[in-house]
Design a protein around this ligand. Structure first.
Ligand code: NDP
Ligand SMILES: N[C@@H](CC=O)C(=O)O
Length: 421
């Protein structure tokens, strides 16, 4: 495919993203793209498009030789993988928004792209309207990419904004995120951090050449954050956001986590509210750069799908430069995290697991402490995921082993035990 070639599209899914794309394409005649057929699941639903466009038979798209592009925007990861695989093997270029499917099948998808030589693009799958994949892929050299810190889930950011700024109840805020089309069909994916970590897996591939699974990354969502945590944050002049981050350590490995974090006022992520996403990239010589835009919703997501479709006109493919043309980085499990932990009961906090405690406070309803802990201690335990316990990263959370002793304070766990007694 090259130049202004006719793109004949088979579209899977006509929900928030699919219908958005249909409308956006109607307003983009210069693209030279036409939707030939739309495959959906429920034939009886009312649609805002001619009835003859729709089918429930996937082969009407996948086996149609006149269709040269498959756009897959459905909410079923297993069916999505089957569609994408068949489409590529049938010689069609593919655009997808299904981050869960991509995260679960990245090695197979990499192989399929190599075997077929066909484009498989998915810019909308991470941070929706922000062109983060193409930027990581094309612009930043592996050695110079010091860190990425990002809000990659619109729904949780929306919920946190609505709870802490507009004083809505959690359930009301979630319902609003669902009504506006931001949340996944199963909102547990958003709330418990699965969606954010899914996105983080393949962003790590484009940033550092790391091919990993979600089980290799420490993550949680916002499910355990309490109003009391927000009060502590406010007293310290911080906000709480669900943040995905990766930092290149001095041994060349990458520390990566997806956890709630206190965000200081001077951090650009402070400005990221509601369904917006933000990405702060720190690279050699350029210092900090900040990308900002809508991270969920019909038209913002459709705009990124449209950009991928448009890129097919000039045969754009991801080269996975960091993976195939550089020395890919590895994930590190040897670093420390500066954390804030709150609990309804001191006994829930395993003080022996902490390197040191920097502050503590015991209130009527909850106790909290600020501490430093080795990453592996958190990975290998689940006390911090239990009801009643919340774990939030401090603003500058990642500590390299070589820095640890320089930072170790005089106060220790023993001091807390004395205070308790
Ligand atoms: N909403 C957002 O802001 C964003 C969503 N995404 C991703 O995009 C994808 C779509 O999301 P969204 O549009 O919100 O989801 P919706 O729930 O709004 O729509 C899902 C669509 O998929 C169709 N569908 C489900 N299973 C099948 C199947 N086996 N074959 C054909 N069609 C099927 C449904 O059909 P029917 O209409 O008949 O029920 C529906 O049209 C998801 O992977 C999501 O994670 C990515 C970025 C942002
Ligand atoms: N549910 C997702 C949708 C976009 O990826 C989110 O809230 O970010």
């Amino acid at each position: 495919m090259s130049g202004n070639k006719q793109l004949t599209i088979g579209l899977f899914g006509f929900g928030v993203v699919g219908e958005g794309l249909y409308k956006v394409l109607q307003q983009t005649p210069s693209l030279n793209g036409e939707i030939r057929k739309v495959c959906i699941k429920h034939p009886d639903k009312q649609r805002n498009a001619p009835q003859e466009l729709f089918t429930t038979d996937k082969d009407e798209l996948l086996q149609d030789e006149s269709i040269n592009v498959i756009v897959e925007v459905i909410d079923d990861a297993d069916a999505a993988f089957d569609i994408v695989k068949t489409a590529l093997l049938n010689g069609k270029s593919v655009v997808s928004a299904s981050k869960k499917m991509i995260a679960e099948h990245l090695p197979e998808l990499l192989q399929l792209q190599q075997e077929t030589g066909l484009p498989f693009l998915y810019e909308s799958a991470a941070c929706a309207s922000i062109p983060v994949i193409r930027n990581l892929e094309e612009y930043y050299d592996n050695d110079l990419l010091h860190s990425i810190k990002a809000i990659v889930n619109g729904s949780t950011n929306f919920i946190l904004t609505k709870i802490f700024e507009d004083k809505l109840e959690f359930a009301t805020a979630l319902k609003l995120a669902q009504d506006l089309g931001f949340a996944e069909s199963n909102p547990k994916l958003d709330v418990e951090g699965y969606d954010a970590v899914n996105k983080w897996t393949f962003l790590l591939t484009h940033a550092y050449g790391i091919v990993t699974g979600t089980n290799e990354i420490l993550f949680s969502g916002i499910q355990n954050i309490q109003l009391g945590d927000a009060k502590v944050a406010r007293e310290k002049g911080y906000e709480i956001k669900l943040v995905a981050q990766a930092k290149k350590l001095s041994d060349g490995k990458v520390a990566a986590v997806v956890l709630p974090q206190f965000i200081a006022q001077q951090d650009p992520l402070t400005f990221v509210k509601n369904e917006y996403n933000g990405v702060v990239i720190e690279s050699g010589f350029a210092d900090k750069q900040f990308f900002y835009g809508k991270g969920a919703g019909s038209f913002p997501t459709a705009s990124a799908v449209l950009s991928d479709i448009s890129a097919l006109r000039y045969d754009y493919k991801y080269e996975y430069k960091k993976l195939y043309h550089h020395q890919p980085a590895q994930l590190s499990s040897d670093f420390y995290l500066r954390v804030y932990i709150s609990a309804t009961d001191w006994a829930q906090l395993p003080k022996q697991e902490l390197e040191w405690i920097e502050e503590w406070h015991s209130g009527q309803d909850r106790s909290y402490l600020g501490a430093v802990i080795h990453y592996s201690r958190l990975r290998n335990s689940d006390w911090w995921k239990q009801p009643g316990v919340s774990l939030i990263l401090a603003p500058e959370a990642i500590i390299e082993p070589a820095e640890l002793e320089k930072l170790r304070p005089v106060k220790s766990v023993a001091a807390l035990e004395t205070a308790e007694a």
